[in-house]
Design a protein around this ligand. Structure first.
Ligand code: ADP
Ligand code: MG
Ligand code: ZN
Length: 495
Protein backbone atom coordinates (compact mmCIF):
# COMPACT_ATOMS: atom_id res chain seq x y z
CA UNK A 1 0.00 0.00 0.00
CA UNK A 2 1.14 3.48 -0.71
CA UNK A 3 2.79 5.08 2.27
CA UNK A 4 2.00 8.50 0.84
CA UNK A 5 -1.71 8.11 1.52
CA UNK A 6 -2.92 10.72 3.94
CA UNK A 7 -4.07 9.35 7.26
CA UNK A 8 -7.58 10.78 6.79
CA UNK A 9 -8.12 8.79 3.64
CA UNK A 10 -7.48 5.42 5.27
CA UNK A 11 -10.28 3.01 6.00
CA UNK A 12 -10.02 0.62 8.94
CA UNK A 13 -10.46 -3.05 8.02
CA UNK A 14 -10.81 -5.76 10.67
CA UNK A 15 -11.47 -9.48 10.57
CA UNK A 16 -11.76 -11.75 13.61
CA UNK A 17 -10.84 -15.31 14.43
CA UNK A 18 -12.81 -16.28 17.52
CA UNK A 19 -12.00 -19.42 19.51
CA UNK A 20 -14.93 -20.68 21.51
CA UNK A 21 -14.69 -23.48 24.05
CA UNK A 22 -17.67 -25.78 23.66
CA UNK A 23 -19.54 -26.78 26.75
CA UNK A 24 -19.36 -30.56 26.45
CA UNK A 25 -18.92 -32.95 29.38
CA UNK A 26 -15.81 -34.54 27.96
CA UNK A 27 -12.91 -33.56 25.71
CA UNK A 28 -13.13 -33.70 21.93
CA UNK A 29 -11.11 -36.88 21.34
CA UNK A 30 -11.09 -38.67 24.72
CA UNK A 31 -13.28 -39.25 27.77
CA UNK A 32 -11.48 -36.83 30.11
CA UNK A 33 -13.67 -34.23 31.77
CA UNK A 34 -13.71 -30.67 30.42
CA UNK A 35 -14.87 -29.27 33.75
CA UNK A 36 -12.07 -27.90 35.92
CA UNK A 37 -12.64 -29.03 39.49
CA UNK A 38 -11.99 -26.68 42.37
CA UNK A 39 -8.29 -26.55 43.29
CA UNK A 40 -7.49 -29.19 40.72
CA UNK A 41 -3.85 -30.18 40.46
CA UNK A 42 -2.16 -29.70 37.06
CA UNK A 43 -2.13 -32.68 34.70
CA UNK A 44 -4.82 -34.64 36.52
CA UNK A 45 -7.60 -34.48 33.90
CA UNK A 46 -5.49 -36.31 31.35
CA UNK A 47 -5.14 -39.67 29.60
CA UNK A 48 -2.89 -41.15 26.90
CA UNK A 49 -4.97 -39.49 24.15
CA UNK A 50 -4.82 -35.89 25.37
CA UNK A 51 -1.22 -36.36 26.52
CA UNK A 52 -0.31 -37.45 23.01
CA UNK A 53 1.28 -40.74 24.09
CA UNK A 54 2.45 -43.02 21.27
CA UNK A 55 -0.25 -45.31 19.91
CA UNK A 56 -3.19 -43.48 21.53
CA UNK A 57 -6.05 -42.91 19.09
CA UNK A 58 -8.63 -40.11 18.98
CA UNK A 59 -12.38 -40.83 19.10
CA UNK A 60 -14.58 -37.91 18.03
CA UNK A 61 -17.02 -36.54 20.64
CA UNK A 62 -20.58 -36.59 19.29
CA UNK A 63 -21.59 -33.69 21.53
CA UNK A 64 -18.89 -31.44 20.06
CA UNK A 65 -20.14 -32.14 16.54
CA UNK A 66 -23.72 -31.38 17.58
CA UNK A 67 -22.63 -28.09 19.13
CA UNK A 68 -20.77 -27.13 15.94
CA UNK A 69 -23.83 -27.96 13.82
CA UNK A 70 -26.00 -25.80 16.10
CA UNK A 71 -23.54 -22.93 15.69
CA UNK A 72 -23.63 -23.42 11.92
CA UNK A 73 -27.42 -23.25 11.90
CA UNK A 74 -27.51 -20.17 14.13
CA UNK A 75 -25.00 -18.40 11.87
CA UNK A 76 -27.01 -19.42 8.80
CA UNK A 77 -23.97 -21.22 7.46
CA UNK A 78 -23.75 -24.20 5.14
CA UNK A 79 -23.02 -27.44 6.94
CA UNK A 80 -21.63 -29.72 4.22
CA UNK A 81 -22.50 -33.40 4.13
CA UNK A 82 -18.92 -34.46 4.58
CA UNK A 83 -16.26 -32.75 6.63
CA UNK A 84 -12.73 -33.88 7.40
CA UNK A 85 -10.02 -33.37 9.99
CA UNK A 86 -6.42 -32.31 9.39
CA UNK A 87 -3.19 -32.15 11.36
CA UNK A 88 -1.71 -28.70 11.79
CA UNK A 89 1.96 -29.32 12.49
CA UNK A 90 3.99 -27.16 14.79
CA UNK A 91 6.10 -27.54 17.89
CA UNK A 92 5.11 -25.91 21.15
CA UNK A 93 5.33 -27.30 24.70
CA UNK A 94 1.54 -27.10 25.22
CA UNK A 95 0.97 -29.35 22.20
CA UNK A 96 2.18 -32.84 23.14
CA UNK A 97 1.55 -34.51 19.75
CA UNK A 98 3.42 -31.73 17.91
CA UNK A 99 0.32 -31.27 15.83
CA UNK A 100 -3.15 -29.94 16.53
CA UNK A 101 -6.12 -31.83 15.14
CA UNK A 102 -8.21 -29.24 13.34
CA UNK A 103 -10.15 -28.81 10.11
CA UNK A 104 -8.70 -27.36 6.95
CA UNK A 105 -10.34 -27.41 3.53
CA UNK A 106 -13.64 -28.99 4.59
CA UNK A 107 -14.74 -27.23 7.79
CA UNK A 108 -18.08 -28.08 9.39
CA UNK A 109 -19.56 -24.58 8.83
CA UNK A 110 -19.04 -22.43 5.76
CA UNK A 111 -20.31 -19.11 4.52
CA UNK A 112 -22.62 -17.74 7.19
CA UNK A 113 -23.41 -14.36 8.68
CA UNK A 114 -24.39 -12.56 11.86
CA UNK A 115 -26.19 -9.25 12.05
CA UNK A 116 -25.11 -6.73 14.66
CA UNK A 117 -26.36 -3.27 15.42
CA UNK A 118 -23.96 -0.53 16.41
CA UNK A 119 -25.50 2.72 17.56
CA UNK A 120 -28.67 1.93 15.66
CA UNK A 121 -26.79 0.95 12.49
CA UNK A 122 -27.41 -2.61 11.34
CA UNK A 123 -24.34 -4.34 9.94
CA UNK A 124 -24.13 -7.82 8.52
CA UNK A 125 -20.84 -9.52 9.30
CA UNK A 126 -19.90 -12.37 6.98
CA UNK A 127 -18.72 -15.63 8.55
CA UNK A 128 -16.13 -17.26 6.32
CA UNK A 129 -16.05 -20.54 8.19
CA UNK A 130 -16.24 -22.21 11.57
CA UNK A 131 -14.30 -25.35 12.28
CA UNK A 132 -13.80 -27.87 15.06
CA UNK A 133 -10.43 -28.30 16.72
CA UNK A 134 -8.77 -29.23 19.99
CA UNK A 135 -7.49 -26.73 22.54
CA UNK A 136 -3.81 -27.07 23.46
CA UNK A 137 -2.69 -27.30 27.10
CA UNK A 138 -1.77 -24.17 29.02
CA UNK A 139 1.56 -22.72 30.09
CA UNK A 140 2.31 -21.17 33.46
CA UNK A 141 5.20 -18.75 33.28
CA UNK A 142 6.73 -18.86 36.77
CA UNK A 143 6.60 -15.46 38.42
CA UNK A 144 5.61 -13.44 35.40
CA UNK A 145 5.08 -13.14 31.70
CA UNK A 146 6.55 -15.09 28.84
CA UNK A 147 9.52 -12.75 28.50
CA UNK A 148 10.42 -12.36 32.18
CA UNK A 149 9.82 -15.82 33.72
CA UNK A 150 12.76 -17.99 34.88
CA UNK A 151 10.99 -21.14 33.81
CA UNK A 152 7.64 -22.32 32.53
CA UNK A 153 5.36 -25.14 33.66
CA UNK A 154 2.92 -26.90 31.39
CA UNK A 155 -0.52 -28.17 32.34
CA UNK A 156 -2.40 -30.50 29.99
CA UNK A 157 -5.74 -30.33 31.77
CA UNK A 158 -7.05 -27.99 29.07
CA UNK A 159 -5.53 -30.04 26.22
CA UNK A 160 -8.28 -31.56 24.12
CA UNK A 161 -11.07 -29.22 25.21
CA UNK A 162 -13.31 -28.88 22.15
CA UNK A 163 -13.09 -25.57 20.33
CA UNK A 164 -14.93 -24.04 17.45
CA UNK A 165 -12.92 -21.40 15.65
CA UNK A 166 -15.15 -18.88 13.93
CA UNK A 167 -13.47 -16.85 11.19
CA UNK A 168 -15.17 -13.70 9.95
CA UNK A 169 -14.80 -11.87 6.68
CA UNK A 170 -12.84 -8.60 6.97
CA UNK A 171 -16.18 -6.82 7.35
CA UNK A 172 -15.62 -4.69 10.45
CA UNK A 173 -14.97 -1.01 9.86
CA UNK A 174 -14.30 0.04 13.47
CA UNK A 175 -13.15 -1.45 16.80
CA UNK A 176 -16.61 -0.70 18.27
CA UNK A 177 -18.20 -3.03 15.73
CA UNK A 178 -16.06 -5.94 16.91
CA UNK A 179 -17.21 -5.39 20.47
CA UNK A 180 -20.86 -5.43 19.42
CA UNK A 181 -20.25 -8.55 17.34
CA UNK A 182 -18.57 -10.45 20.17
CA UNK A 183 -21.38 -9.57 22.59
CA UNK A 184 -23.96 -10.73 20.07
CA UNK A 185 -22.04 -13.89 19.25
CA UNK A 186 -21.73 -14.74 22.92
CA UNK A 187 -25.46 -14.20 23.44
CA UNK A 188 -26.29 -16.53 20.55
CA UNK A 189 -23.85 -19.19 21.76
CA UNK A 190 -25.36 -19.08 25.23
CA UNK A 191 -28.87 -19.42 23.80
CA UNK A 192 -27.68 -22.49 21.94
CA UNK A 193 -26.44 -23.92 25.24
CA UNK A 194 -23.03 -24.71 23.76
CA UNK A 195 -20.98 -22.13 25.62
CA UNK A 196 -20.36 -20.91 29.15
CA UNK A 197 -19.13 -17.31 29.21
CA UNK A 198 -18.28 -17.51 32.90
CA UNK A 199 -15.58 -20.09 32.29
CA UNK A 200 -12.13 -18.54 32.26
CA UNK A 201 -10.66 -18.36 28.77
CA UNK A 202 -13.80 -19.71 27.11
CA UNK A 203 -13.64 -17.03 24.40
CA UNK A 204 -10.31 -16.04 22.82
CA UNK A 205 -9.96 -13.67 19.94
CA UNK A 206 -7.29 -13.04 17.30
CA UNK A 207 -7.96 -9.75 15.56
CA UNK A 208 -6.59 -8.93 12.10
CA UNK A 209 -6.37 -5.28 11.24
CA UNK A 210 -5.14 -3.21 8.32
CA UNK A 211 -5.62 0.22 6.83
CA UNK A 212 -6.84 0.44 3.26
CA UNK A 213 -6.83 3.56 1.07
CA UNK A 214 -10.24 5.21 1.29
CA UNK A 215 -10.71 5.20 -2.49
CA UNK A 216 -10.80 1.38 -2.43
CA UNK A 217 -13.98 1.44 -0.37
CA UNK A 218 -17.14 1.42 -2.51
CA UNK A 219 -20.25 3.39 -1.58
CA UNK A 220 -21.84 0.29 -0.03
CA UNK A 221 -18.76 -0.28 2.12
CA UNK A 222 -17.40 -3.17 0.05
CA UNK A 223 -13.64 -3.28 -0.43
CA UNK A 224 -11.85 -4.54 -3.47
CA UNK A 225 -10.35 -8.04 -2.90
CA UNK A 226 -6.99 -7.07 -4.34
CA UNK A 227 -6.74 -4.07 -2.01
CA UNK A 228 -7.49 -6.31 0.96
CA UNK A 229 -4.85 -8.80 -0.06
CA UNK A 230 -2.32 -6.06 -0.65
CA UNK A 231 -2.79 -4.26 2.65
CA UNK A 232 -0.23 -5.19 5.28
CA UNK A 233 -2.07 -6.39 8.33
CA UNK A 234 -1.24 -7.25 11.89
CA UNK A 235 -2.79 -10.14 13.76
CA UNK A 236 -3.29 -9.29 17.43
CA UNK A 237 -3.38 -12.30 19.75
CA UNK A 238 -4.21 -12.81 23.41
CA UNK A 239 -7.53 -10.96 23.45
CA UNK A 240 -9.98 -12.49 25.89
CA UNK A 241 -12.91 -10.10 26.17
CA UNK A 242 -15.20 -7.85 24.11
CA UNK A 243 -13.77 -4.79 25.75
CA UNK A 244 -10.23 -6.10 25.26
CA UNK A 245 -10.89 -6.46 21.52
CA UNK A 246 -12.12 -2.90 21.22
CA UNK A 247 -9.19 -1.51 23.22
CA UNK A 248 -6.50 -3.56 21.46
CA UNK A 249 -7.86 -2.60 18.04
CA UNK A 250 -8.19 1.07 18.93
CA UNK A 251 -4.55 0.96 19.94
CA UNK A 252 -3.61 -0.68 16.63
CA UNK A 253 -5.57 1.88 14.59
CA UNK A 254 -3.59 4.67 16.20
CA UNK A 255 -0.28 2.84 15.92
CA UNK A 256 -0.77 1.99 12.26
CA UNK A 257 -1.99 5.48 11.37
CA UNK A 258 1.03 6.98 13.10
CA UNK A 259 3.33 4.71 11.11
CA UNK A 260 1.69 5.79 7.86
CA UNK A 261 1.84 9.44 8.84
CA UNK A 262 5.58 9.10 9.41
CA UNK A 263 5.95 7.51 6.01
CA UNK A 264 6.70 4.05 7.38
CA UNK A 265 5.26 0.78 6.14
CA UNK A 266 3.09 -1.19 8.59
CA UNK A 267 4.83 -4.53 9.05
CA UNK A 268 2.86 -7.70 8.37
CA UNK A 269 3.28 -9.39 11.74
CA UNK A 270 1.76 -11.13 14.74
CA UNK A 271 1.40 -8.90 17.80
CA UNK A 272 0.53 -9.65 21.42
CA UNK A 273 -2.11 -7.65 23.34
CA UNK A 274 -0.66 -6.73 26.73
CA UNK A 275 -3.85 -6.12 28.67
CA UNK A 276 -2.17 -4.64 31.76
CA UNK A 277 -0.11 -2.14 29.79
CA UNK A 278 -2.85 -1.48 27.23
CA UNK A 279 -0.52 -1.89 24.26
CA UNK A 280 0.26 -4.41 21.53
CA UNK A 281 3.82 -5.68 21.19
CA UNK A 282 5.48 -7.37 18.23
CA UNK A 283 5.79 -11.16 18.65
CA UNK A 284 6.97 -12.51 15.33
CA UNK A 285 6.60 -12.07 11.62
CA UNK A 286 3.35 -13.66 10.54
CA UNK A 287 3.53 -17.38 9.84
CA UNK A 288 2.30 -18.57 6.47
CA UNK A 289 -0.11 -21.42 5.94
CA UNK A 290 2.50 -23.58 4.25
CA UNK A 291 4.56 -23.50 7.46
CA UNK A 292 2.01 -25.79 9.09
CA UNK A 293 2.23 -28.64 6.57
CA UNK A 294 -1.45 -29.49 6.86
CA UNK A 295 -2.34 -33.07 5.98
CA UNK A 296 -5.34 -35.32 6.54
CA UNK A 297 -5.73 -36.80 10.02
CA UNK A 298 -5.58 -40.47 9.10
CA UNK A 299 -6.83 -41.63 12.52
CA UNK A 300 -10.24 -40.00 12.01
CA UNK A 301 -12.47 -40.99 9.12
CA UNK A 302 -14.38 -38.35 7.15
CA UNK A 303 -17.38 -37.18 9.15
CA UNK A 304 -20.81 -37.52 7.53
CA UNK A 305 -23.45 -35.24 9.00
CA UNK A 306 -25.96 -35.20 6.14
CA UNK A 307 -29.00 -36.85 7.78
CA UNK A 308 -27.92 -36.24 11.31
CA UNK A 309 -27.75 -32.46 11.03
CA UNK A 310 -31.47 -32.20 10.24
CA UNK A 311 -32.30 -33.81 13.57
CA UNK A 312 -30.27 -31.36 15.63
CA UNK A 313 -32.65 -28.61 16.79
CA UNK A 314 -31.77 -25.07 17.75
CA UNK A 315 -33.92 -22.84 19.96
CA UNK A 316 -35.48 -19.55 18.92
CA UNK A 317 -32.60 -17.05 18.83
CA UNK A 318 -32.45 -13.82 20.87
CA UNK A 319 -33.40 -11.32 18.12
CA UNK A 320 -36.38 -13.36 16.99
CA UNK A 321 -37.50 -13.90 20.55
CA UNK A 322 -37.25 -10.18 21.35
CA UNK A 323 -39.40 -9.31 18.37
CA UNK A 324 -41.97 -11.96 19.29
CA UNK A 325 -42.17 -10.70 22.89
CA UNK A 326 -43.04 -7.24 21.59
CA UNK A 327 -45.70 -8.60 19.24
CA UNK A 328 -47.17 -11.40 21.31
CA UNK A 329 -47.12 -9.83 24.77
CA UNK A 330 -47.23 -6.15 23.83
CA UNK A 331 -44.02 -5.39 25.73
CA UNK A 332 -41.97 -2.29 25.05
CA UNK A 333 -38.55 -2.77 23.47
CA UNK A 334 -36.70 -2.24 26.73
CA UNK A 335 -38.65 -4.85 28.69
CA UNK A 336 -38.43 -7.28 25.78
CA UNK A 337 -34.69 -6.78 25.71
CA UNK A 338 -34.32 -7.33 29.46
CA UNK A 339 -36.53 -10.40 29.35
CA UNK A 340 -34.52 -12.02 26.56
CA UNK A 341 -31.09 -11.24 27.99
CA UNK A 342 -30.60 -14.95 28.47
CA UNK A 343 -32.61 -17.93 27.33
CA UNK A 344 -33.27 -18.89 30.95
CA UNK A 345 -34.74 -15.47 31.76
CA UNK A 346 -36.94 -15.63 28.66
CA UNK A 347 -38.13 -19.14 29.52
CA UNK A 348 -38.91 -18.07 33.07
CA UNK A 349 -40.86 -15.02 31.91
CA UNK A 350 -42.90 -17.04 29.44
CA UNK A 351 -43.83 -19.53 32.16
CA UNK A 352 -45.03 -16.68 34.41
CA UNK A 353 -46.84 -14.98 31.51
CA UNK A 354 -48.80 -18.20 30.99
CA UNK A 355 -50.24 -17.97 34.51
CA UNK A 356 -50.78 -14.20 34.77
CA UNK A 357 -51.37 -11.14 32.66
CA UNK A 358 -48.20 -10.55 30.55
CA UNK A 359 -47.84 -6.98 31.81
CA UNK A 360 -47.97 -8.13 35.41
CA UNK A 361 -45.56 -10.97 34.61
CA UNK A 362 -43.17 -8.55 32.89
CA UNK A 363 -43.17 -6.16 35.84
CA UNK A 364 -42.55 -8.94 38.31
CA UNK A 365 -39.80 -10.66 36.35
CA UNK A 366 -38.04 -7.73 34.64
CA UNK A 367 -38.29 -5.12 37.38
CA UNK A 368 -38.68 -6.91 40.69
CA UNK A 369 -37.02 -10.28 40.31
CA UNK A 370 -34.13 -9.34 38.00
CA UNK A 371 -33.49 -6.22 40.05
CA UNK A 372 -33.26 -8.15 43.32
CA UNK A 373 -31.16 -10.91 41.71
CA UNK A 374 -28.79 -8.38 40.21
CA UNK A 375 -28.41 -6.69 43.58
CA UNK A 376 -27.39 -10.03 45.08
CA UNK A 377 -25.07 -11.03 42.24
CA UNK A 378 -27.40 -13.91 41.53
CA UNK A 379 -28.69 -15.17 38.19
CA UNK A 380 -32.05 -16.52 37.12
CA UNK A 381 -30.47 -19.97 37.03
CA UNK A 382 -30.10 -19.75 40.81
CA UNK A 383 -33.88 -19.55 41.23
CA UNK A 384 -35.51 -20.96 38.10
CA UNK A 385 -36.37 -24.18 39.91
CA UNK A 386 -38.54 -22.07 42.25
CA UNK A 387 -40.97 -20.92 39.57
CA UNK A 388 -43.97 -22.20 41.52
CA UNK A 389 -42.96 -20.20 44.61
CA UNK A 390 -42.54 -17.06 42.53
CA UNK A 391 -45.95 -17.60 40.95
CA UNK A 392 -47.48 -18.13 44.39
CA UNK A 393 -46.04 -14.75 45.45
CA UNK A 394 -47.71 -12.98 42.52
CA UNK A 395 -50.92 -14.90 43.24
CA UNK A 396 -50.96 -13.67 46.85
CA UNK A 397 -50.80 -10.09 45.58
CA UNK A 398 -53.22 -10.72 42.75
CA UNK A 399 -55.81 -12.16 45.14
CA UNK A 400 -55.45 -9.27 47.56
CA UNK A 401 -53.89 -11.37 50.33
CA UNK A 402 -50.67 -9.39 50.37
CA UNK A 403 -49.87 -5.77 49.55
CA UNK A 404 -47.58 -5.12 46.57
CA UNK A 405 -45.21 -3.22 48.81
CA UNK A 406 -44.86 -6.08 51.29
CA UNK A 407 -44.53 -8.59 48.47
CA UNK A 408 -41.70 -6.64 46.86
CA UNK A 409 -39.88 -5.35 49.89
CA UNK A 410 -40.29 -8.13 52.40
CA UNK A 411 -41.42 -11.42 50.93
CA UNK A 412 -39.41 -11.50 47.70
CA UNK A 413 -36.26 -10.41 49.50
CA UNK A 414 -36.70 -13.02 52.22
CA UNK A 415 -37.36 -15.66 49.57
CA UNK A 416 -33.99 -14.86 47.98
CA UNK A 417 -32.02 -14.30 51.16
CA UNK A 418 -33.39 -17.13 53.26
CA UNK A 419 -34.70 -19.52 50.64
CA UNK A 420 -38.17 -19.63 52.21
CA UNK A 421 -41.39 -20.02 50.26
CA UNK A 422 -43.75 -17.01 50.22
CA UNK A 423 -46.42 -18.47 52.52
CA UNK A 424 -43.81 -19.19 55.16
CA UNK A 425 -42.51 -15.61 55.01
CA UNK A 426 -46.03 -14.13 55.13
CA UNK A 427 -46.87 -16.25 58.14
CA UNK A 428 -43.63 -15.58 59.97
CA UNK A 429 -43.70 -11.82 59.38
CA UNK A 430 -47.44 -11.59 59.99
CA UNK A 431 -48.00 -9.94 56.63
CA UNK A 432 -51.26 -11.57 55.60
CA UNK A 433 -53.90 -8.91 54.98
CA UNK A 434 -55.55 -8.21 58.35
CA UNK A 435 -58.92 -9.76 59.06
CA UNK A 436 -61.69 -7.19 58.92
CA UNK A 437 -62.33 -7.62 62.65
CA UNK A 438 -58.74 -6.79 63.39
CA UNK A 439 -58.87 -3.66 61.22
CA UNK A 440 -62.15 -2.52 62.83
CA UNK A 441 -60.60 -2.94 66.28
CA UNK A 442 -57.52 -0.96 65.24
CA UNK A 443 -59.71 1.85 63.85
CA UNK A 444 -61.61 2.01 67.09
CA UNK A 445 -58.42 2.03 69.18
CA UNK A 446 -56.79 4.76 67.05
CA UNK A 447 -59.82 7.02 67.49
CA UNK A 448 -59.88 6.38 71.21
CA UNK A 449 -56.18 7.00 71.71
CA UNK A 450 -56.03 10.24 69.69
CA UNK A 451 -58.96 12.51 70.60
CA UNK A 452 -56.95 15.57 69.46
CA UNK A 453 -56.74 14.17 65.91
CA UNK A 454 -60.47 13.50 65.96
CA UNK A 455 -61.14 17.12 66.96
CA UNK A 456 -58.79 18.37 64.23
CA UNK A 457 -60.59 16.21 61.67
CA UNK A 458 -63.98 17.56 62.70
CA UNK A 459 -62.60 21.09 62.37
CA UNK A 460 -61.71 20.31 58.75
CA UNK A 461 -58.04 19.34 59.04
CA UNK A 462 -57.60 16.66 56.31
CA UNK A 463 -54.06 15.92 57.54
CA UNK A 464 -55.56 14.42 60.69
CA UNK A 465 -57.12 11.54 58.76
CA UNK A 466 -53.75 10.63 57.30
CA UNK A 467 -52.29 10.56 60.77
CA UNK A 468 -55.03 8.21 61.93
CA UNK A 469 -54.58 5.97 58.88
CA UNK A 470 -50.90 5.73 59.82
CA UNK A 471 -51.83 4.70 63.35
CA UNK A 472 -54.10 1.93 62.08
CA UNK A 473 -51.44 0.69 59.64
CA UNK A 474 -48.98 0.51 62.50
CA UNK A 475 -51.36 -1.46 64.70
CA UNK A 476 -52.03 -3.97 61.90
CA UNK A 477 -48.35 -4.36 61.03
CA UNK A 478 -48.87 -2.83 57.60
CA UNK A 479 -51.21 -5.60 56.58
CA UNK A 480 -54.35 -3.48 56.18
CA UNK A 481 -55.31 -1.78 52.95
CA UNK A 482 -54.75 2.01 53.44
CA UNK A 483 -57.69 3.00 51.20
CA UNK A 484 -60.02 0.74 53.09
CA UNK A 485 -58.77 2.06 56.44
CA UNK A 486 -59.37 5.61 55.25
CA UNK A 487 -62.99 4.76 54.43
CA UNK A 488 -63.56 2.97 57.73
CA UNK A 489 -62.17 5.92 59.70
CA UNK A 490 -64.39 8.44 57.90
CA UNK A 491 -67.38 6.22 58.52
CA UNK A 492 -66.55 5.88 62.20
CA UNK A 493 -65.90 9.61 62.60
CA UNK A 494 -69.15 10.54 60.88
CA UNK A 495 -71.17 8.69 63.50
P1 ADP B 1 -4.40 -16.20 7.19
O1 ADP B 1 -4.39 -17.44 6.41
O2 ADP B 1 -3.25 -15.33 7.01
O3 ADP B 1 -4.76 -16.41 8.63
P2 ADP B 1 -7.08 -15.67 6.34
O4 ADP B 1 -7.42 -15.41 4.92
O5 ADP B 1 -7.39 -17.00 6.92
O6 ADP B 1 -5.56 -15.30 6.54
O7 ADP B 1 -7.78 -14.55 7.19
C1 ADP B 1 -7.65 -14.50 8.56
C2 ADP B 1 -8.43 -13.33 9.07
O8 ADP B 1 -7.89 -12.12 8.56
C3 ADP B 1 -9.90 -13.35 8.70
O9 ADP B 1 -10.65 -13.03 9.83
C4 ADP B 1 -10.00 -12.24 7.66
O10 ADP B 1 -11.26 -11.60 7.73
C5 ADP B 1 -8.92 -11.29 8.09
N1 ADP B 1 -8.42 -10.42 7.01
C6 ADP B 1 -8.15 -10.76 5.75
N2 ADP B 1 -7.70 -9.69 5.07
C7 ADP B 1 -7.65 -8.64 5.93
C8 ADP B 1 -7.26 -7.27 5.86
N3 ADP B 1 -6.80 -6.71 4.74
N4 ADP B 1 -7.39 -6.52 6.97
C9 ADP B 1 -7.83 -7.05 8.12
N5 ADP B 1 -8.21 -8.31 8.26
C10 ADP B 1 -8.12 -9.12 7.18
MG1 MG C 1 -5.86 -17.74 9.93
ZN1 ZN D 1 -7.83 -37.39 27.86
Amino acid sequence: MSTQTAEEELAVVIGLEVHVQLETDTKIFCGCSTEPSEDEAPNTRTCPVCLGLPGALPVLNEGAVEAAVKIGKALEADVPETTTFHRKNYYYPDLPKNFQITQYDAPICQDGSLEVSVEGDRREIGITRAHLEEDPGSLQHAGGSIDTADYTLVDYNRAGTPLVEIVTEPDFRSPAETRAFLAKLEEVLEYLGVFDATRDGSLRVDANISLVPGEEVAADGAIDEAALAEANRTEVKNISSHKGAEKALAYEVTRQKNAVRRGREVAQETRHWDESRGITVSMRSKEAEKDYRYFREADLPALEVSDWKESIPIPELPDARRERFVEEYGLDAESASKLTSTKEVADFFEAVAEAFDPDLAATWVADNLLGELNYRDMAITDVDDRLDEFERLIELVDEGELTTKNAEEVVLRAMLDEGDDPDTVVEREGLGKAESGEVAAAVEAAIEEHPEAVTDYHEGDEGAINFLVGQVMQKTGGSADPGEVNGLLREALAE
